[in-house]
Write a protein that binds this ligand. Structure first.
Ligand code: IPD
Ligand code: CA
Ligand code: CA
Length: 267
């Protein structure tokens, strides 16, 4: 069963991260001084790549820190070896390993390992979402004013055109509370568990989304782009909710754009 392999890989990568957490390690800048990669992003990725390429040599691997592997089969592994690098680099214990597997145009299985809490979130298509052995359900909140939401910000926020700060300001006026954890994969997990009622973020990558979107959907939630459209597996701009708050959140996002515009023009 592929999910058993995902669990084994996520846990081994998690041990590598746990071992490195709080030590001195090398940190490099990627696109700017906010966008980091540590020695441990790479170590975690190496462990994951080695396992998959030995056991599933024909499968494609899409991963954040290297070119990955172009396989011949219809299966692809979509991996974030360390989601929450900034937290990890600063000694803040909120980060994860995220591994999803796609077959053709759907995600069939995915796990997010919340390393420091030792919580494993797993979902299989059609089989529900679990945190360790506990089945997860999204929340039933219907009123935005009673919601706890979560978001994140892109590393190029100073220059990018997606108005992430404007959307955030708009939500501040409407939600009960907003959190910023620093690991998109964990954000999805807490929507799946019902702790958060919704998550939005501009400009995520496939490895931030793959496992997390299945976890939310299998817990009864909804994942789309900012317009409420579900035509892409990995939309750039993500809205993941308990379903009930989807439309109200779409409307708030729409309001954050230029006067007269009612939907996000950037999808
Ligand atoms: C980042 C985290 C963060 C999100 C960023 C991501 P990384 O991933 O998920 O929460 O706001 O957009 O890039 O760089 O730590 O793998
Ligand atoms: Ca990430
Ligand atoms: Ca990462």
């Amino acid at each position: 069963m592929i999910v058993a392999d995902i669990i084994e890989i996520a846990k081994s990568a998690g041990s590598v991260l746990k071992e490195g957490f709080g030590r001195n390690f090398q940190i490099e800048f990627k696109t700017n001084e906010s966008n980091l990669v540590t020695e441990y992003d790479k170590k975690s990725e190496a462990v994951i790549m080695e396992y998959i390429s030995k056991k599933y040599p024909a499968h494609t691997i899409i991963t954040e820190e290297s070119a990955g592997h172009k396989g011949s089969s219809e299966y692809a592994w979509v991996i974030d070896p360390l989601d929450g690098t900034t937290n990890f680099a600063h000694g803040f214990p909120v980060f994860s390993v995220s591994i999803g597997v796609t077959k053709g145009t759907e995600v069939i299985a995915g796990c997010v390992y919340d390393v420091m809490r030792d919580d494993l979130y797993c979902a299989e298509k059609g089989g529900g979402s679990y945190r360790n052995d506990k089945k997860l359900n999204v929340s039933s909140t219907e009123i935005l004013g009673r919601s706890l939401l979560v978001t994140g910000f892109p590393y190029d926020i100073a220059g990018n055109p997606y108005n992430a700060a404007g959307i955030f300001t708009e939500f501040l006026k409407h939600a009960r509370g907003i959190r910023r954890l620093g690991s998109a994969a964990i954000d999805f997990c807490f929507v799946a568990s019902g702790a958060f009622d919704g998550f939005w973020e501009v400009h995520l990558n496939p490895w931030d989304i793959c496992a997390g979107r299945l976890l939310v959907e299998e817990a009864g939630g909804r994942v789309t782009d900012f317009r409420g459209v579900n035509s892409e597996l990995f939309p750039k701009h993500i809205l993941a909710t308990n379903g009930k708050l989807h439309k109200p959140m779409e409307e708030v996002i729409g309001r954050a754009f230029r006067p007269g515009e009612t939907v996000c023009p950037f999808n």
